[in-house]
Design a binder for this molecule. Structure first.
Ligand code: PLP
Length: 388
């Protein structure tokens, strides 16, 4: 965080943890290729295998079930495929059912044909509609292949927690495969793949204080596996070829170790700061709509609409006040798009919304400054109903 600016966009990328930085620098100086049999290669192999254990520990999985990738998007493209193997036996998945509030990395459907991707709606509370999911899976034709269901554990825009265990029961009853995008849950909620009853979890390093460019697909076991997305030299037991990136992987693992410690305690402190901020926001603008406020959310996220304030204008206004936050949905072009999450929840997405997301590095002073900036921006906005 530079100068007097405050960084409140942790859901986009969390600041690099000092532990992760040190681990990256250490790995950067190691010579060799992790697949080489000489001592240099073996040292890198050890580093990667230790990292695999650390990432597995973050989500209660076995080290052998972790496949390192370049990030969550690649992990999603690896697992979202009609072609699976159960041991040596090919397994066909005929349809992907993905919730309407998934990140584009999932919503795009990976290697499924467009027409094989089916959307699961959410309720106005932003939670997957379980009844519709039951109906969709009841209508699924098993003759054509198994169903795959993809639902995120925590939504990146609202912070709302999805009822994964209940979803898993529904999916299990139909013999389907459950993929859970745990990118925004890692380090913010205790994670246990067994308890979630998921077949696969998706993780991203830069959302937990590791470097960008690393992620993982974590499987429940080692038997059910997707066809590789990247073929070549057979690294990652053939699941993801290409020389591993020890620097990014080491940083990812260091961050996983750090955020895996005392999640509950850390997040209740972060949640108290977020709640204080929301209290101040409501005092400054009684008409502010805080999305998902009455629903189970992670403690670091506030997604709000200020009537009369466009998301793009709001983002710039906060930036000028020294506060880095984001509109819920930022396209890679940097333009602010309409939030598909708000649309799915039945809000008018033209209203736009802004997201504040914080973390362990956020201080009470940051919250005060952010609240003051909010009060200024709210006071300056165009009166609701006035033409933009
Ligand atoms: N899934 C969720 C919920 C995310 O928030 C993001 C990043 O914004 C991704 C997936 C993609 O992660 P990555 O940047 O590692 O590809």
């Amino acid at each position: 965080m530079s100068g007097s600016r405050i960084y409140m966009d942790w859901n986009a990328t969390a600041p690099l943890l000092s532990e992760a930085r040190e681990a990256c620098l250490f790995a950067l100086d190691l010579v060799g290729n992790p697949s080489s049999v000489h001592g240099e290669g073996r040292a890198l192999r050890t580093l990667i295998e230790n990292a695999r254990r650390d990432v597995a520990a973050l989500c209660g999985a076995k080290a052998a079930s972790v496949i390192f990738t370049s990030g969550a998007t690649e992990a999603a493209n690896l697992v979202l495929t009609p072609d699976f193997r159960m041991g040596r036996t090919p397994l066909k998945i005929s349809r992907l059912y993905a919730s309407a509030i998934e990140h584009p990395a999932i919503r795009e459907g990976g290697r499924f044909a467009r027409e094989a991707v089916c959307e699961i709606p959410v309720t106005s509370a932003g939670v997957v509609d379980l009844q519709v999911l039951r109906e969709l899976l009841a209508a699924h034709d098993r003759e054509l292949g198994l169903p795959m269901v993809a639902v995120m554990l925590v939504n990146n825009e609202t912070g709302i927690i999805q009822p994964i265990a209940e979803i898993a029961e529904i999916v299990r009853a139909k013999g389907g495969i459950l993929v859970v995008d745990a990118v925004q849950a890692a380090g913010r909620l205790p994670l246990a793949i067994e308890e979630l009853n998921a077949d696969f979890l998706i993780l991203s390093s830069h959302k937990i204080g590791g470097p960008k460019g690393a992620g993982a697909l974590v499987a429940r076991g080692e038997v059910l596996m997707p066809a590789p997305l990247i073929r070549g030299g057979g690294q990652e037991k053939g699941h993801r070829s290409g020389t591993e990136n020890p620097v990014a992987i080491a940083g990812f693992a260091a961050a996983a170790r750090k955020v895996g410690e005392g999640v509950g305690q850390r997040m209740s402190a972060v949640g108290a700061l977020r709640d204080k901020l929301e209290g101040e926001m409501l005092k400054a603008a009684t008409d502010v709509v805080i999305h998902g406020r009455d629903i189970s959310r992670v403690g670091n996220t506030t997604f709000f609409t200020l009537p009369g304030l466009k998301a793009e204008t709001g983002q710039i206004a906060f930036d000028l006040e020294g506060v880095a936050l984001s509109a819920g949905s930022a396209c890679s072009s940097g333009k602010v798009g309409q939030s598909h999450v708000l649309t799915a929840m039945g809000y008018d997405p033209r209203q736009g919304a802004l997201r504040i997301s914080i973390g362990e590095g956020t201080t009470a002073a940051d919250i005060e400054r952010c609240a003051a900036a909010f009060a200024k921006v709210a006071a300056r906005r165009r009166a609701p109903g006035q033409a933009a």
